[in-house]
Design a protein around this ligand. Sequence first.
Ligand code: TIH
Ligand code: FE2
Length: 299
Amino acid sequence: MFEEAQYFAPVNTDSDGSVVVELGQGHPGFADEEYRQRRNTLAALALDWNPGDPVPVAEYTETEHEVWRLVSAELATKHRTLATKEYLEGAETLQLPADRIPQLSEVSQMLAPLTGFTYRPAAGLVPLRDFYGVLADGNFYSTQYIRHHSVPFYTPEPDVIHEVIGHANALASERFASLYRIAGQAARRVVSEEALEFVSRVFWFTLEFGVMRESDGLKAYGAGILSSYGEIDEFRSMTIKPLDLGVMGTIEYDITKYQDVLFEAKSMEHLEDVVGEFWATCDDDSIAKLRAEAEARNN
Ligand code: TIH
Ligand code: FE2
């Protein structure tokens, strides 16, 4: 079903200066002219934005708010039993609206007093160095469009539901917010693209798709699982591996499907000790060493 849908549709500027988001043929919004126009409008707003500017207001349609309401309600029910305690406490403190899509500026207003994080608009894929780097300053690049109403339960393309329900609820927690910040510091510290990629893979398998053991079962804390009411039903039956930096930093994954290999932290402390400590101290040499050790184990 998602064969041709992509992780972040490319954003291009036509010769006349108009912004066009290239939805692939397999994208659920491909044949929906109104949806295409929305995507183009929102991408243009984000491209016009510069640091320091107020975040542009996205005037959402009733159809779009309805997608948020539906997904919000489905997720809230599932989160009660399948999300980690730390995330649920963040959500309880943040109190996102369930009845409409909040503006990114509102998300920032709610989040900043809690952990200092603010949201900024992204038209599409942001270069890794920039996306992760600004986390160190408490800035989070976020898309503003919402997934197409015909496929609400999962999208390979991060949207405002993923960014806000998945990430902002975690960013409302001091402990998670601090992990995001040190991931950003790591992204700024490392020099080679290879080391940066390693840092970003560790982010993928933890803050995007991490799972954690709690006394009453395996829970999700990764934003990518927590924003999909399709994927959240499946994560407990995937291959669950122990938290291992060398493996997380080097294995391949397919962005367009439910993640079938996940890494389990034994607790919040365990995650902080292993992954937090890694991001806090890593450099090109230590990463090259982890990579070499992982490759040696594979041979
Ligand atoms: N699959 C997620 C969702 O449906 O909400 C969105 C993404 C998270 C990470 C990559 S794509
Ligand atoms: Fe994400």
